[in-house]
Design a protein around this ligand. Sequence first.
Ligand code: IPE
Ligand code: MG
Length: 258
Amino acid sequence: MAAPQTSPSPVADRSQGAPAPLHAGLVMDGNGRWARRRGLPRTLGHKAGVDALKRTVAAAPDLNIRWLTVFGFSTENWNRPTTEVAELMALPQRYFETDLARLEREGVCVRIIGSRQGLSPELVRIIEAAEARTAHNDRFFLNVAFNYGAQADIARAARAFAEDVAAGRAKPSDLDEAQFGARLATAGSPPLDLIIRPSGEQRLSNFLLWEAAYAELIFQDVLWPDYGAEHLRAAVEIFAARDRRYGAVRADDVLAAG
Ligand code: IPE
Ligand code: MG
């Protein structure tokens, strides 16, 4: 079988010469708790979270991260009170209004992954403008998962393939990991190396489930609005100390076993 596109890079790629640039996933969590601890409304936690995103994106390239996929709004976040949903829906505008020119200038290519269904026409326009203005950039790739759920994305990809089969454009036997991965919202991004979740919660919450196959999971005890360059550096250091074997064994273990 052909090597699947979304499979991990061979270990050798990571161990020779300069380390390969990383693709990190980031669950921006803890805005509400941050606000509550200060006796503030949750809105202010979300606002402070946008500043943390700006700091983190600015710090990432120097830490050898070239692809960053952040979780901004999950398909399950619709279950929050209407007023909070409205606040969360306003965040992309808040982010791009103040930062899009800089992102564009600094070579960041922005993509918003997730369903556009249920988003206001105004928000869709803002998202599309951000993507169009930065589409030519290739220094750094920022995927913003917004109205995203990994299970929905996987179901959508499966449905798209089934439709191709029904229309005679594909055969069931054509489907392998590469074909499937190429239909996911993250298609075009390299394999995911690590997922970072601050705020102390230790779960994936329907974020990048397929892509996480061989990602290192790093949980940090800091609330997202407090996050910054030093936390991202610590996460990359933890990642660098991990022993990634992709289901294989280390060469020296093979030798030791005779
Ligand atoms: C993350 O912070 C923002 C989103 C999920 C959109 P939370 O709002 O989940 O903050 P906590 O978990 O209540 O502290
Ligand atoms: Mg939360």
